[in-house]
Design a protein around this ligand. Sequence first.
Ligand code: SAM
Length: 311
Amino acid sequence: MAQKKLIRFAEIETFPNVLQHPQNVAGTWNKFFINNNLIVLELACGKGEYTLGLSHLYPDKNFIGVDIKGNRLWVGAKKALQQKLENVAFLRIQIDEINEYFGSGEVSEIWITFPDPQLRISKSKKRLTHPKFLRLYQQILSADGRIHLKTDSPELYNFTKQVIELYKCILHTDIDDVQTQKDIHPALEITTHYESLNISQSNKVHYLSFSLPRILPGIEMDKLLHAKFKEQNAATDVINMESGITRDDEEDLYYFNDSGLIIFTEEYLLNRGYCCGSGCTNCPYDYKAVPEPQRTILLTKRKNAKEKNSQ
Ligand SMILES: C[S@@+](CC[C@H](N)C(=O)[O-])C[C@H]1O[C@@H](n2cnc3c(N)ncnc32)[C@H](O)[C@@H]1O
């Protein structure tokens, strides 16, 4: 595992604002924050841009960023500590188990920010607005609780609209293109890491806000939803199956440098298992297969950069 990740994993253990798979916390969050303010969640928070941004906009509410990736949570948690934000916490768990960590009606709002759209038909149950998840959210949301989805994926946006309609949810706001909207709410101006990547290349950010009905339709409706979904997505599923990579995996595989060039991560190159000889920026094999004199040039460049960084 990359050194940076290991350092973050060790450090996050000591952060007072991060709880990793805690036990018996359902119903106790107001004690944790030492106030009776409303609790708002950001699911799939990654580096927690919404958790931090909303905490500044609404200092009289408590915000909890939820994600399974500790090295990403570290980024938001570190900033919250540096900014001395007392209304922010991070919870490292699987969202699939969210109902074990909050009591009935303990949560007033849920933000879902740029989650993986899970484009393959076989993965549709992993979409965080799938009824399977809505049933979990219903267990922890207050009666008038709201769900907010912000996504750049037209597929996830349309899927969620279909769910809202079929499951008789109450739609409050539907914005097809946040960026071109006039007088947008300050909460929608917060941008996230994945938002800036524009992975879907749709150049649009969609936003939906809705509440759940008192009783959500059951399994029969799920069957109908899946039949519709399959029908609508049969053609594109072939493409998605070929790639097999979720946008979440992608971040661990590569990133873009300042010139917009794609750079493979050390983790990816280690997994590949050999030096390809192209002189990759993060080559973990000391450029073994790069011909001379290029190899020596690259090694010297790397040594100089290391020395400069350690000064
Ligand atoms: C595409 S990233 C978005 C991160 C962030 N919201 C942003 O916009 O930059 C999706 C995030 O969801 C998290 N995630 C996906 N499924 C999850 C699950 N079932 N439980 C916990 N975290 C999950 C991943 O770890 C990842 O950080």
